[in-house]
Design a protein around this ligand. Structure first.
Ligand code: ZN
Length: 316
């Protein structure tokens, strides 16, 4: 187990895992996306103390992107009432395990970029990097709609469809750190081509761009029948995950899901009810994520808090 950062108080949970005192430790949270980069300092109660963001430089090389990111990071560190103990980063994938190198699909200037090492050098504190959807799952479990739950799926239905799975209180990583790619569960075997090379993946049917391509206009103008179909397909994918992993709860974020609202969630729940028929899977619920626009930064903070807990998977 890695040494505890920042002299933060710990205790053992009833299950034997090292836990961080929920009121201790301050985290520099960093959210890296294709359109903006955001940084915040988040305290042990999931409150954002200071926050800033900048547009992601379009067409910039790796050092231009890093300079924009470190600029906003240094600004929030200078404004923080207390210096952060650790840094947690949520970033689009794919990436190698632990975010040692990242190649976000929507940031072409970074291919095999050594993000974790470069941010550790820039900040002088331990840095943990993970997939942004996995970060969201940890954040929702810490302070959102999955608070107190030890077994759940959190997912995003937006420009892409991604997810993170918490099982037995632990975020699943998988062989290469990519566990939770619910966007590539097959929902229509003869459906649309997916960017992954497959066909009929949830992402190829339910992402914002795929809906726009199918209906010829923005998802914001989608009729109820499309909102319901999207909910049904999400419910179908999620039902397979619930049956596979024995999960009572699914939380959903993202502009498509939250924008579609009640028709989407009602259809998703109805499809789950129809397809989760084993005793343990009956009654599983799908609900909107609880953190709203704070989700990405609280999720990044939750990734950083794994360092406070001495999580050996997170490099320091
Ligand atoms: Zn796919």
């Amino acid at each position: 187990m890695a040494p505890t950062a920042g002299g933060v108080a710990q205790h053992r949970s009833p299950l034997g895992r090292a836990c961080v005192d929920p009121s201790s430790g301050t985290v520099l949270a960093v959210d890296i996306g294709g359109t903006k980069m955001a940084a915040a300092v988040v305290d042990g109660t999931a409150s954002i103390l200071v926050e800033q963001q900048v547009p992601t430089p379009q067409g910039g090389g790796p050092e231009v992107l890093l300079a924009a990111l470190t600029g906003v990071i240094h600004d929030v560190m200078a404004q923080a009432p207390v210096p952060p103990d650790v840094c947690g980063v949520g970033c689009g994938g794919p990436m190698t395990r632990g975010g040692e190198t990242v190649s976000p699909l929507n940031i072409p200037g970074w291919r095999g970029f050594e993000l974790r090492r470069r941010l550790a050098e820039a900040t002088g504190i331990p840095v943990a990097v993970d997939n942004d959807a996995k970060a969201l799952a940890l954040g929702e479990g810490w302070a959102g709609a999955a608070r107190g739950q030890e077994n759940f799926l959190a997912m995003v239905v937006s420009t892409g469809v991604g997810g993170g799975i918490v099982l037995g209180g632990e975020l699943l990583d998988g062989q290469g750190g990519n566990a939770g790619h619910v966007g590539h569960v097959i929902v229509e075997p003869d459906g649309r081509r997916c960017a992954c090379g497959g066909r009929g993946c949830l992402e190829a049917e339910a992402s914002g761009p795929s809906i726009a391509a199918a209906i010829g206009r923005s998802p914001a103008d989608a009729p109820d029948v499309i909102k319901e179909r999207t909910g049904t397909l999400v419910g179908r994918a999620v039902a397979s995950v619930v049956n596979l992993l024995d999960l009572p709860l699914v939380v959903v974020a993202g502009s498509v899901a939250l924008g579609f609202g009640a028709p989407f969630f009602a259809a998703a729940q109805a499809e789950m009810d129809a397809r989760c028929r084993l005793d343990f899977a009956r009654g599983a619920c799908i609900v909107p994520a609880g953190l709203g626009r704070r989700g990405p930064l609280i999720g990044a903070a939750a990734i950083g808090r794994r360092l406070l807990a001495g999580d050996s998977r997170s490099a320091t």
